[in-house]
Write a protein that binds this ligand. Structure first.
Ligand code: SAM
Length: 242
């Protein structure tokens, strides 16, 4: 069954109205019409089954048949703080982490980020990143569209909003990801911090630990920055969810 995200406000009194580019997709590409059923997600963890009643040039009107809580959202909301990687990698990181269940991606400029972007320059790229997250959420049947935030400065981040903040630190030799997660099996809000290609400067890691981050090793092998985020996310959700 084809799926579409729809604004919550576009569903009322048993009727849903799809507008925007999905209208063309429904009419011209999928060639759906009256009587066809589709799945709708309001992006806030509610799913609907709806039947098309009318396809017009600018809108598709549907009758809502049923609704249910999304079953694809993890119990634990994971925010991935990703050190700004070299060009082109961030899209892949976003796409794969959305498929894996990330709730939010926060790119940040790390001391050793090779790429230096101003917030303004990053903002120009952000619509593209949001599109990648949207398409990945649609494809993986997510109940939300994970947000890709603006370029963050970790020194200004409020980590108190999380139950647990894990700093994947390549110099950590004692604490493992597994041990850190097992300290808080009921975590509902988790932050994962991944460095860029150059890793973390010691003083940067120390400052993050002062802000409550727990440094963890991901094992004896050094992962690329684009591998580390998705691997850590997958392992964390495996540990916390299954
Ligand atoms: N420049 C670093 C070095 O050669 O040791 C490698 C940095 S690694 C490419 C990028 C990021 O992935 C690191 O900053 C860290 O966040 C994470 N990472 C990769 N392998 C890791 C490991 N074995 N343990 C902990 N973190 C790791």
């Amino acid at each position: 069954m084809h799926r579409f995200f729809i604004e919550p406000e576009a569903i009322a009194d048993g009727t849903a109205v799809i507008t925007g580019e999905d209208v063309q997709h429904i009419a011209k590409v999928l060639r759906l019409g009256a009587g066809d059923e589709v799945a709708l997600s309001d992006g806030r963890k509610t799913e609907y089954t709806a039947r098309i009643e009318r396809v017009e040039k600018e809108r598709v009107t549907l009758r809502v048949l049923s609704s249910a809580q999304s079953e694809t959202e993890p119990r634990c909301a994971v925010t991935l703080y990703q050190g700004l990687p070299k060009a082109g990698k961030l899209e892949t990181i976003i796409q794969k982490c959305v498929e894996l269940g990330v709730s939010r991606v926060v790119p940040f400029e790390a001391a050793r980020s090779v790429v230096k972007l101003s917030e303004r320059e990053f903002e120009k790229k952000r619509p593209r990143y949001a599109r990648v997250a949207y398409e990945a959420a649609k494809q993986s049947r997510r109940g939300i569209i994970p947000e890709v935030s603006g370029l963050a400065r970790l020194s200004a981040e409020d980590f108190s909003q999380y139950d647990l903040v894990l700093l994947a630190y390549e110099e950590e030799r004692t604490m493992t990801l597994k041990a850190a997660l097992r300290r808080m099996p009921e975590a509902e809000r988790l932050a994962l911090i991944i460095g860029p290609e150059g890793g973390f400067a010691p003083e940067e890691a120390a400052l993050l630990c002062e802000h409550g981050a727990v440094p963890v090793s991901l094992g004896p092998r050094i992962l690329r920055t684009e591998t580390a985020g998705m691997a850590t996310l997958a392992m964390a959700l495996y540990e916390l969810e299954l």
